[in-house]
Design a protein around this ligand. Structure first.
Ligand SMILES: Nc1ncnc2c1ncn2[C@@H]1O[C@H](COP(=O)(O)OP(=O)(O)OP(=O)(O)O)[C@@H](O)[C@H]1O
Ligand SMILES: [Mg+2]
Length: 472
């Protein structure tokens, strides 16, 4: 067969070199081909012709290369004068590892290109390919972790708005907690930002790239809690799911487990949780195999755990286990200095969501500061949102606009109304009335959300349901 460069002037060192090495390449490769400056085939060796299934190699000489090798990038090499040293080219159902070099005349003009098929199966490249696959998998895992992280936590420390001494102390402790891997107990009334803080701590901790998994102990029915925590193996009990279910501990592995409303945890589960925390091991329901887990626990509650310990409804050993660093979040009424900055931040957020403009006057702020805020910042946010939607035209919230939407003040906290004066009544009646009023207020503040109302009242949901049934 003719030589690939036979028609060309053989001058110049580069060409000499290429020509000297050519036979070696041709021999070692699984195929070789050359094209001219018009990308027409000038030469093809027998092995490439065989690889391409071309019966008569002579017949393709002078043909444009594209129809013969559809995915070839030789035209690119001819056009740019730059080699494509390593590439994977599809041919039918094969993947060919190819290298392509331009070919110049003495004046430096491209007069063609030559290509070699280095490998016609990827077998010799196995170490490289498996390394590539591993890297690719790592990349996918990293992307997933990022996405999970983005989903896992919505808040970071900047979202905990506040500049009062009390708020700054909360943030100082949160930063301290983030820097160490110790258990944290967040205490605060409803709506004070316990969840915001828990997520922030995770987001600035060394575990930030790992999952943040929350369990709300007040929201999960008691009989499902253990499975929720530790997972279930398939068919663990009658009626159990055929598939295995991962527990929250496992899901949070490497990251943070947020035990929200930890004061609502049944005693039996408290013992199991304590064991899991002490041993760093869990056992899925229906399995007899323990698995180690590595989670940092952040617990939160609006209940008075010390009082609960005193009455025996919260285990003291668990309390001390969880309460290595305590972060009490003061209620809004105790940090009124933050009212202005909070309103500003909340209004900005609300306005963005609603696509409206909004600001609050000094009188508006004063009206807010006079309120007792049983629902704290969540309630403040609701009030601002309602005031804005009712008063969309001006977008300026003055005292009137605020008073219109402020919930009726709960009577119970300061005992200002309802219980004083009037004729003496049997104590049971007074207590029943006070209770009914407290329930009404809690439902009003929580806008009918019974779980939240129960939390506000410091009683369990089932107790609230019972009381409601009695009242109505
Ligand atoms: N310091 C804060 N700065 C800005 N927004 C806050 C702050 N604290 C709370 N919020 C907002 O108030 C709302 C309630 O916060 P969060 O859910 O964290 O409270 P919580 O203490 O967990 O309440 P609950 O006890 O009812 O579960 C959220 O919308 C949150 O964004
Ligand atoms: Mg919460």
């Amino acid at each position: 067969m003719a030589q690939p460069f036979a028609d060309n002037n053989k001058t110049g060192l580069t060409r000499d070199l290429i020509e000297a090495m050519f036979p070696m390449f041709e021999q070692a490769s699984a195929g070789a081909i050359a094209v001219d400056s018009e990308c027409r085939i000038t030469w093809i060796n027998a092995s490439y012709a065989a690889l391409l299934g071309v019966d008569n190699p002579e017949a393709v000489i002078g043909q444009p290369v594209r129809p013969v090798i559809p995915h070839t990038r030789m035209p690119e090499v001819v056009a740019s004068g730059r080699p494509l040293l390593l590439d994977i080219m599809e041919y039918g159902d094969q993947q060919l590892v190819v290298t392509r070099l331009p070919f110049f005349d003495e004046s430096g003009a491209v007069i063609g290109a030559v290509a070699f098929v280095l490998y016609d199966d990827l077998q010799p490249l196995t170490p490289l390919v498996s390394k590539y696959r591993r890297l690719h998998q790592d990349l996918l895992a990293a992307r997933k972790a990022l996405a999970r992280h983005a989903r896992g936590t919505r808040y970071s420390l900047g979202d905990f708005v506040g500049a009062s001494t009390a708020a700054l102390e909360v943030k100082r402790r949160a930063r301290l907690a983030a820097g160490r891997d110790m258990p944290v107990l967040i205490l605060g009334e409803t709506g004070t930002g316990k969840e915001v803080l828990a997520q922030s701590i995770h987001a600035v901790s060394g575990r930030a790239g790992k999952p943040f998994v929350g369990v709300n102990l007040a929201a999960v029915p008691e009989n499902l809690l253990e499975a929720e925590f530790f997972g279930v193996v398939p068919g663990a009990f009658t009626g159990a799911d055929k598939r295995a279910r991962e527990g929250k501990f496992k899901l949070a592995n490497g990251g943070t487990l947020f035990l929200d409303e930890v004061g609502d945890m049944p005693l039996a589960l408290q013992a199991k949780l304590l064991r899991a925390l002490q041993e760093g091991e869990i056992e899925a329901l229906g399995s007899n195999r323990v698995e180690s887990v590595d989670v940092r626990v952040i617990a939160a509650t609006s209940r008075n755990l010390e009082a609960m310990m005193a009455e025996g409804s919260f285990r003291s050993d668990l309390y001390y286990r969880l309460n290595v660093l305590e972060i009490p979040i003061p209620p809004l009424r105790d940090r009124l200095a933050d009212m202005g900055i909070l309103c500003e931040a909340l209004l900005e957020d609300i306005c963005q969501g609603l696509g409206v403009r909004g600001e609050i006057t000094d009188e508006g702020l004063e009206a807010l500061s006079a309120h007792d805020w049983p629902g704290n910042i969540r309630e403040l946010r609701n009030v601002l949102e309602r005031a804005l939607t009712m008063d969309e035209d001006s977008g300026t919230l003055d005292a009137d606009a605020i008073f219109k939407v402020l919930p009726k003040q709960a009577a119970s906290r300061s005992g200002k109304a309802g219980l004083h004066g009037g004729a003496a009544k049997p104590l049971s009646e007074v207590v029943a009335e006070a209770e009914a009023e407290a329930i009404r207020n809690a439902l009003l503040v929580s806008r009918g959300n019974r779980s939240q109302a129960a939390r506000l009242l410091g009683i369990s949901r089932s107790a609230l349901y019972e009381k409601l049934a009695r009242v109505s």
